[in-house]
Design a protein around this ligand. Structure first.
Ligand SMILES: [Zn+2]
Ligand SMILES: [Zn+2]
Length: 346
């Protein structure tokens, strides 16, 4: 098969022909029909993820067709259209048994713990626990765009912050994660204030439902601006970028008893950011993480797609080819353009 491979961290990945994968006894091989590009792939390529063993094939936001099935898989057959969450649970550890596959102790992450989906085929383990069937109405590119940013935002807004209608939700950073969070929080009946450095992204945020925006480049005091818009502070605030300053602002702009959810990754030099812990105790703030979403929770998400309440296809930027992927991957830290780039030609 053709695959995008890097031999060293930070060195130009290349499209090469490698051996086709075969399924683990509890896994499947999926013929990849679409796979999204994500800043996590860039982090992986830079060497920020300890799980990656070289040489490596990135890619974790995928959708496709089951092409081979391991002998202990009972729920899936060749030809099924499927996607997977980017964190797959093993299905039998303590966390999986408690329904929390997204923090599984033996988690399988395509593109991190194993070769990923920037390839014609990808092997995915623990298939019975993690595969999600696609409704016929859902195209592969949209399905691929769900796997990481959209489901992580869904879990952040719906399952972690438990956003209620009428609450103010601040979303810091309007990349793929932030735009997903804006769309989902709006669908839940919240009022969203979006924060970003570029007017173009803020305009798109308003199109997706944000009722107010703050331009962090033009505003000296982002925290004060959010507190003013929300009349005293946001009930819920999301750091959708993953940067020490957005993380700090997201916690500091909460009202009393507010909830912060960290969705943007904090890696490398940013792993341990300073936060206003004085406010956390004095105002009884709550701090959450969001790390993917269990496959069984896709049901709620799929229902909101089918009824048109959520329209993740609006977040798709460019469709590109596998040959375009190395250059696009290396450019992922520059935050250019709007929406998610998806590889749809292999
Ligand atoms: Zn597990
Ligand atoms: Zn991702």
């Amino acid at each position: 098969m053709k695959a995008v491979i890097f031999e060293q961290f930070g060195q130009t990945p290349r499209v090469q022909t490698v051996e086709d994968p075969s399924p683990a006894v509890t896994g499947v091989v999926i013929e990849v029909e679409a796979t999204g590009l994500c800043r996590s792939d860039w982090h992986g390529w830079m060497g920020h993820d300890a799980d990656i063993v070289l040489p490596h094939v990135p890619g974790h936001e995928l959708a496709g067709t089951v092409q081979a099935v391991g002998k202990h898989v009972t729920q899936w057959k060749i030809g099924k259209r499927v996607t997977v969450p980017f964190v797959g649970g093993c299905g039998h550890c303590f966390e999986c048994n408690s329904g929390n596959h997204q923090v599984c102790e033996n988690q399988f992450q395509p593109g991190f713990t194993a070769w990923g989906s920037f390839a014609e085929y990808v092997a995915v383990d623990f298939a019975d626990t993690n595969l999600v069937a696609l409704p016929d109405s859902l195209d592969f590119a949209t399905a691929a765009s769900l796997g990481c940013r959209f489901v992580t935002s869904f879990r952040a807004i719906v399952d972690q912050a438990k956003v209620k209608p009428g609450e103010w939700v601040a979303v810091h950073g309007c990349g793929g994660v932030g735009l997903s969070a804006i769309m989902i929080a709006t669908a839940m009946g919240a009022n969203v204030v979006a924060i970003d450095l570029t007017e173009e992204k803020l305009a798109f945020a308003r199109e997706l439902g944000a009722v107010a925006t703050v331009n962090g480049r033009e505003t000296q005091d982002v925290i004060g601006a959010v507190r003013e818009v929300t009349k005293g502070g946001a009930h819920v605030s999301i750091d959708a970028l993953g940067h020490p300053s957005t993380c700090f602002n997201s916690i500091a702009n909460l009202r009393r008893r507010g909830r912060h959810v960290q969705v943007g990754l904090m890696l490398g030099d940013h792993a341990h950011p300073p936060i206003p812990m004085d406010k956390v105790i004095a105002h009884e703030l709550e701090i959450y993480g969001s790390h993917g979403m269990q496959a069984f929770r896709y049901k709620a998400l799929m229902d909101m797609l089918e009824t048109g309440k959520l329209q993740p296809q609006k977040l798709i930027g460019k469709e590109i080819t596998l040959d375009d992927a190395p250059a696009a991957l290396m450019a992922m830290d520059r935050f250019e353009g709007i929406g998610i780039n998806v590889i749809t030609q292999f």
